[in-house]
Design a protein around this ligand. Sequence first.
Ligand code: CA
Length: 220
Amino acid sequence: MRLLLVEDDSMIGDSVRQGLRQDGFTVDWVRDGLGAELALHNEVYDLLVLDLGLPKKDGLDVLKTLRHRGNRIPVLILTARDTVADRVKGLDAGADDYLVKPFDLDELAARIRALLRRQSGRAEPAIQFGDLRLNPATHEVTFQGKPLSLSAREFSLLEVFLDRPGMVLSREQLEEKLYGWGEEVESNTVEVYIHALRRKLGQEFIKNVRGVGYMVPKRS
Ligand code: CA
């Protein structure tokens, strides 16, 4: 899952990005409100973590503009503005959650997972797909009742497919989900991970759609 982090404080931004990456998220980080708008215009994100006190454009204005345009991306406000009035204002402007600094990284990650779960229409924390079961919180996977070992990237890629069964995803779209800005993408890495997943889950698990991309078919 690819997240946009908007935070002007270098230390907080750096530790949030690192922590969320360790939790398996792909994270792009911008430091002001206009940078946030540009990134949201240019890339597709699964969730936005938004500070409010930002240079160039206040986070609340970024949020209002976003919602005014009809953008439904889940938004978690992460801010030092801690009064009840601030929280009400943030949620009423279209945020889905509100976390006050100082905060705990584990709680931030859990809130992000909760928002993503709701966005994909799941009530249960684990993703069940046929006889495959993924836990986004612990990264545990079982297949046909047995534990399955996946690398962090394999897990992320599988999560992207299972979030959109039946949808054809191009190699470029998959790369965008797996790699943030500044991360080196080697030319055939997506194919390598798909090959590894097929070896573990069966050749037919991920279909090639010639000239377009890859798909995990829906289960009835
Ligand atoms: Ca700030």
